[in-house]
Design a protein around this ligand. Structure first.
Ligand code: GMT
Length: 377
């Protein structure tokens, strides 16, 4: 198949999932054309089967804001014609599905171009549910030829918010060979020089991720007499607040804020536990990647997280903001190495057994084939 994929290139899990999906499809013999405003971060290598088409924006004094949705639609239609695309697969509904529908409609006299939308989270729960975007988001989902969501929770949220039931769940995935625990003694020594227990947090540090809670948890774990450290991987608007809170709680010397990192797997391999205290999480890709690296997860019981992390088996779940309970769970796991390692082994088995690329990518391919057949393409 010749597949057009659109993602937000630089920010967020939906871009990662779309990019990794494209690479996996290419490995299975398909040709993937990424159509985006910039080269997606995870696309380090382009080749015959992984191509990139940049959306060019025209500026004109009349345009106070450049009309990206239209520029994207135009590029999608141009690429679809030139490269004979079989379908467009967009990640994150707004505005990508609207652009794709415009592209499809503009090509209608010449060819069919089915549009598949994958819903990721805030495109439904926050942005899409906002009154200013709700009708157009509903339209984009209803008019797509196929719609997938990354968790059962998000499928339910889509039905509740938009009254739409045309959604198939295809969960996020992890590559079991790329994501596995590996020896990283040098990094571990850097982050925990005296082999202290190491907590990790990986996110884009947006308010919804509540990174400040991680610092609160560290302070409480240390109060229980455990000499733990915390590595904070990523960057975003909440980083300053988290650093400030670490100073206030007198734990700054036990935290490493390392910013964005290209090799997340190394940080996960160095860690003993992952903290994911998010306010909202439709899936929790960070949790899945940690589990694949045998790292149990201490997380909020929110959105799709309970589908990924089984409380008491592969991690521990608490209500959003209950940093006391999260600290108790973290301290218990850090203090009991045998239990933690056993939980880590179960976490990997669960991640690989339910979400490995070998299981999930074929589901996307079957979905494409089904939509192509239904649309008579
Ligand atoms: O919904 C968002 O905040 C954006 C999106 C993104 O692009 O980062 O995140 C969502 O998609 C990820 C990948 O599918 C999921 O793992 C995240 O749980 C989900 N984030 C939220 O629901 C907050």
């Amino acid at each position: 198949m010749n597949i057009g994929i659109t993602v937000y290139p630089t920010y967020g899990g939906s871009g990662i999932v779309g990019s990794e999906l494209g690479k996996e499809l290419a490995q299975r013999g398909h040709t993937v054309h990424f159509i985006a405003s910039a080269l997606p971060t995870r696309l380090t290598e382009l080749n015959e089967r992984v191509r990139f088409h940049e959306v060019e924006m025209m500026s004109y004094p009349l345009f106070e804001h450049q009309p990206y949705t239209l520029a994207l639609a135009t590029k999608m239609a141009t690429v679809a014609e030139a490269e004979r695309l079989d379908l467009l697969h967009v990640h994150y509904a707004i505005p990508h599905s609207i652009s794709a529908i415009l592209a499809r409609e503009s090509l209608k006299p010449q060819r069919r171009l089915p549009v598949i939308t994958t819903l990721h989270g805030t495109d439904i729960t926050l942005v899409g549910a906002d009154r200013s975007y709700l009708p157009i988001t509903r339209y984009g989902i209803a008019q797509s030829d196929g719609v997938t969501a990354i968790s059962e929770y998000l499928k339910r949220a889509t039905a509740e918010t938009f009254g739409l039931n045309n959604v198939t769940v295809i969960p996020n995935f992890v590559c079991a060979t790329d994501y596995q625990r590996r020896p990283v003694s040098h990094l571990r020594r850097e982050l925990a020089p005296n082999d202290e227990p190491l907590l990790a947090h990986v996110s884009n540090f947006r308010p919804v991720k509540r990174p400040v809670d991680c610092v609160e948890i560290l302070a409480r774990v240390r109060k229980q007499g455990i000499n733990a450290r915390l590595v904070m991987v990523g960057d975003g608007s909440e980083r300053g607040r988290a650093e400030h809170r670490a100073r206030c709680l007198d734990v700054a010397a036990h935290c490493s804020f390392v910013g964005k990192q290209p090799r997340i797997v190394d940080y996960l391999s160095a860690a003993d536990l992952l903290l994911l205290p998010s306010e909202q999480e439709s899936f929790g890709l960070a949790a899945l990647e940690a589990m694949a690296c045998e790292v149990p997860v201490v997380a909020s019981r929110v959105g799709g997280v309970p589908e990924v992390v089984t409380d008491g088996e592969t991690g521990c779940l608490s209500e959003v903001g209950d940093v006391d309970k999260m600290a108790i769970d973290a301290a218990r796991l850090l203090a009991d190495e045998e239990m933690r390692r056993e939980m880590g082994r179960r976490a990997r088995a669960s991640a690989v057994g339910r979400y490995s690329t070998d299981l999930i990518i074929p589901r996307y391919i079957e979905f494409y084939e089904r939509i192509l057949a239904a649309s008579g393409s």
